[in-house]
Design a protein around this ligand. Sequence first.
Ligand SMILES: Nc1ncnc2c1ncn2[C@@H]1O[C@H](COP(=O)(O)OP(=O)(O)OP(=O)(O)O)[C@@H](O)[C@H]1O
Length: 583
Amino acid sequence: MRVLKFIIANIGPYKKYVVGIFLAMCLITVDNTLKPLLVKLFIDIVSGAEQGNLWVVFTFYALLQFMLVSVWTMSDYCITKYTAKFRLNVAEHFMTKLYEYPYSFFQNQLSGSLTSKINDAFQHLPHLIFTIINPFMYFILLILISLGLLASVAPIFALSMGAWVFLFFVITMVSMKKSMRLNKEYAEEKSKIIGLAADYLGNMMSVKLFAARTFEQGRFSKLQKPFVDIAEKGGFYHTWLYGFLGMLTSLYALFFLAALIFGYQKGVVTPGDFALVIMINFNIINTLFQLSHMLRDFIANWGAVDQAIALLETSEITHSDKTNATALNCRQGKIAFDQVKFHYKGTEPLFENKSIEINAGQKVGLVGYSGGGKSTFVNLILRLYDVTDGAIVIDGQDIRDVTQDSLRENIAMIPQDPSLFHRSLMENIRYGRADSTDEEVIEAAKKAHAHEFISTLPQGYDSLVGERGVKLSGGQRQRIAIARAILKNAPILILDEATSQLDSVTESLIQESLWELMQNKTTIVIAHRLSTLLHMDRILVFDKGKINEDGTHSELLSKAGLYKHLWDAQVGGFLGDEKTEEA
Ligand SMILES: Nc1ncnc2c1ncn2[C@@H]1O[C@H](COP(=O)(O)OP(=O)(O)OP(=O)(O)O)[C@@H](O)[C@H]1O
């Protein structure tokens, strides 16, 4: 039922076209059912069974013919008018709705599989509406008018056709439930295959590096069996169903023909009646057969659309904005964790009763072993995940009480491995602030030392960067992300290994711009290269979700704890004397 609900909720602006198609269909049906009546009149007049003027009948026939052409044109016009716009509406609806989903939802889904589902809705929904209006409505009207016409010849004809259509309808309805289930399963398996293909293509570099084609083929083969099984199960089910219905239809047609011959021999059926009943019967049988096959497509489309729309009803939404959420008023940028507990779904607790304050304008470095919880700490501030208990408060406002858009508008984040859109560099940088001018974008790029490499590209700022920015080096992508953050100029700044992929010379050049950017901002810097944190006001040392040490660089060195241990390892391992002296 959710498919119908979705259609009703979204068809609003296109109602007039749908009504247009519906009216056209009614007229086409009237035309198709009245023509056999005119043919009967022709035959009865020609054979002398009835008196009448052939030209009067001809005029009616001609009128019907012109009406038919006009309404087909009207129907085509309405279909063209609504299909593309409705499709866009559907895609937009999905994109808007999915934006509200938590970040964890996208971590658990293959983007290819999601795209496949959206594509199903995009492709099939207009067809679905068309099928409901066109063949189904056509069939209902056809049956009603035909029953009336048959009753005018002999009530028994109308009765037997009514009984047969009823039987056909019952069998179809009974089989539909199973059919829908099979088609839903088929659509689900199909989306897994497309998801896998997208994952494979998206990771082509790893596949090649590990010469893993055979391994990937193995994974693909594992999905083949369930896919083929369900496809065959559905296919054979319909084959038997249509075979059975075909047999019933043939019996019915033969019964009618025999009854007509019998009536004609008895003199109760005129030649015109004979033609009328045969034409109506052919009409109904043809339509029913087309309909039963269309029903199969209809059910397949329905299944695909249903599982796409199921996406919109997933129960995973755990942190959409509260109805009374206000915009974050970030006056100073003070961040406080108040008794925060957090664990990822199905994993051990990472943070337990974490309470910590980061004052407005403070520059805080986060260090610690890999997996210690540094990224999780900033992801919680960004509300990519909700805390399990406790609260995160920015300038006195619980971040669950403010809109997520306003929260993230006040935070500029430079991630470790920024992913870019397959759009021009200009557009990618402008993502930091949509209303910035070209000059402002270029200015930000200069500060991020991205301008140097951008100006050497043949198309400069108009160059496209490939999917997720694959045509740029890691360091170049980082510089674009830094330019975005410079442009955004938000009161809270988070750098997650923001310069880890840059060479030392470029890094030291950028440090100046970053330092400038950090002024008067609350800044959190995650870094494994501890030398980048020397000038932080404070350093938090993470170990298995706990903050074990908290202090300035020199305070922590004097403690001889984990920080000192990390520093010594790094100074001994990677840094030269120069850095040690600097420390
Ligand atoms: N989406 C997730 N689902 C489940 N567990 C996760 C998820 N993201 C991270 N974790 C786990 O949470 C723990 C902390 O990870 P986190 O990324 O915060 O560490 P980190 O200190 O930033 O590590 P690194 O320095 O390597 O970036 C790790 O054990 C990690 O496996």
